[in-house]
Ligand binder design. Structure first.
Ligand code: NAD
Ligand code: TYD
Length: 356
């Protein structure tokens, strides 16, 4: 069985659902349930004996040690993080606590557990750390895409905290021999994405008749990957990645923010036309830029393709259509997130039945 941390968030929940569907191997899912953790994401596996949810902080060494001893996982996959750049600008403290201190404590708990394993289990064990392309900093318009050997040049409190966590993971391998793997992925999109990030925010604001805020000139470039392709990459790296290595994950899909928003508006115009017959694009508003806004990210994912044979299954056209359709098909999920009642739902439907 494996441990997943942060498995009630956007990527972690998609990963857990895909993992159970594709491998069937049991998962212990450890999540603190911050504002970004939503057990409604995991409703379909609530009664699945292969999924055990535990509400806990990765920085709580005693709880993590107890869970490791109790369940004896063959791998720990660390998705847990504070993940939103704008929040990191307004309040960096939580990012340092979870992304840096939390990862450190998790590494220490895992190291103690791993050190005590019998030889076979010890050599088969893996710690996989899920990270971001934002650790590499920003690119000029004509620079080549980030490779794994690009310098770390983080520019936001979020990316600096993720960079710090990547360095800790690396050091725990070099110093203590912990069998680690790190993935650095580009921007994800897809179902269950919290509507504070660009794509889901634009979908839910458009449908609510609200403005669609574009920072600065909207010409910043991100490299978008459908979330389930990220999940398949993580599974592949866990299965066959070289110990201590890092793997960039991306979809070769660079797009300017304004173009992304225009695409979302065009899809909504087709799938759920506005009652007044106008385009959702009329709701676009250019607003003040994000401080220190990185201009361009682009991932060179050739190492993962060459060494492990991974390729994304979705194109942006297919992935964004599925994503918009998912939000149209899940108005309750959106309503619960917007009203905050997803947290009550957790209390009513789930936590009461699970040990904290
Ligand atoms: P998210 O914010 O949607 O989810 C994070 C989850 O972690 C939440 O469920 C939250 O409750 C949990 N969490 C936060 N602090 C915790 C703590 N101290 N202990 C236990 N759980 C805690 O984030 P996401 O978009 O799903 O990102 C998951 C991981 O992938 C992060 O490490 C992020 O840096 C990385 N990543 C994200 C993207 C992206 O585009 N979203 C791209 C590349 C990498
Ligand atoms: P975001 O989804 O927050 O991801 P990240 O900052 O990690 O790349 O933002 C994606 C891009 O969209 C980024 O360049 C900032 C921009 N953006 C807007 O223009 N308006 C918004 O309301 C948001 C949330 C983001």
């Amino acid at each position: 069985m494996i441990f997943v941390t942060g498995g009630a968030g956007f990527i972690g929940a998609n990963f857990v659902l895909d993992w159970l569907a594709t491998t069937g191997e049991p998962v212990v899912n450890i999540d603190k349930l911050t504002y970004a953790g939503n057990l409604e994401n995991l409703a379909s596996v609530r009664d699945d004996a292969r999924h055990t949810f535990v509400q806990a902080d990765i920085g709580d060494s005693a709880v993590i040690a107890q869970l490791l001893a109790q369940h004896q996982p063959r791998a720990v996959l660390n998705f847990a993080a504070e993940s939103h750049v704008d929040r990191s600008i307004h309040g960096p403290e939580d990012f340092i606590q979870t992304n840096v201190v939390g990862t450190f404590r998790l590494l220490e708990a895992v190291r103690a557990y791993w050190s005590g394993l019998p030889a076979d289990a010890k050599s088969a064990f893996r710690f996989l750390h899920v990270s971001t392309d934002e650790v590499y900093g920003t690119l000029g318009a004509t620079d080549p895409a980030f490779t794994e050997s690009h310098n770390y040049e983080p520019n936001s409190p979020y990316s600096a905290s993720k960079a710090a966590s990547d360095h800790l993971v690396r050091a725990w391998h070099h110093t203590y021999g912990l069998p680690v793997l790190t993935t650095n992925c580009s921007n994800n999109y897809g179902p269950m994405h919290f509507p504070e990030k660009l794509i889901p925010l634009m979908i839910v604001n458009a449908l609510a008749g609200k403005p669609l805020p574009i920072y600065g000139d909207g010409q910043q470039i991100r490299d978008w990957l459908y979330v389930r392709d990220h999940c398949s990459a993580i599974r592949r790296v866990l299965e066959a990645g070289r110990l201590g290595d890092t793997y960039n994950v991306g979809g070769w899909n660079e797009q300017a923010n304004i173009d992304i928003v225009q695409t979302v508006c065009a899809l909504l115009d087709e799938l759920r036309p506005r009652e007044d017959g106008k385009s959702y694009a009329e709701q676009i508003r250019f607003v003040q830029d994000r401080p220190g806004h990185d201009r361009r990210y682009a991932i060179d994912a050739r190492k993962l393709e060459r060494e492990l044979g991974w390729k994304p299954a979705e194109t942006f056209d297919t992935g964004i259509r599925k994503t918009v359709q998912w939000y149209l098909d899940h108005p309750e999920w959106v309503a619960h997130v917007q009203s905050g009642s997803y947290r009550d739902w957790v209390l009513q439907q789930y936590s009461a039945q699970e040990p904290a």
